[in-house]
Design a binder for this molecule. Sequence first.
Ligand code: GAR
Length: 216
Amino acid sequence: MAALKVGVLLSGRGSNLQALLDAAAAARYPAKIVVAISNRADAPGLDRARRALVPAETLPHRAFHDREAFDRALDAALAKHGVEFVCLAGFMRLLTPWFVDRWRDRLINIHPSLLPAFKGLEPQAQALAAGVRVSGCTVHFVRNDVDSGPIILQAAVPVIDGDNRDTLAARILEAEHRAYPLALRLIAEGRVRIEGERVAVAGIGASGILMSPGGR
Ligand code: GAR
């Protein structure tokens, strides 16, 4: 089966893009990253794409008079590269309903909390403030409400006494780097079905919850 053509949208560091690029470099990985697009020209993630010989594009949001104009340009850029599926990887722009509906069920995001807990900004700090003992990350299909949509998989990590925002974020990030490539693999293999607003993953069973550190 031909590899699923994936576009990655990002705004910054791009470590999740890197995890996807690394996974996709393996011969048997069922998806290929065909373009990385940032709304910020200085996003370090763009260099990660270039180093992997993946086209990297900038679409400065300030150049557009409104959100939908930006999203239409984004859609055109994705189409130009033959993108079939979109991964948000630290893309810090709200997408319009026009874009979200156009890419419905072909658009996923990773968020550094166990959704539906701690939506929005600084979820790691929110987790610390709430005093939870377990946090993690969530890979989910994107819907119009922020940080909501059918959950594909989650990875849990412990919150350790003495953690600060950075130590917890680093632990969650490690889990993200395993979870995102796995979620994309499951989708590209055709094992992910959306039923109502819940996801069924063929052949993964209870390991839809990953523990980290630990196995996959
Ligand atoms: C990641 O932790 C990702 O989960 C988060 O931004 C970071 C991007 O890091 N995304 C969100 O908070 C989206 N709501 P990266 O640029 O190194 O992949």
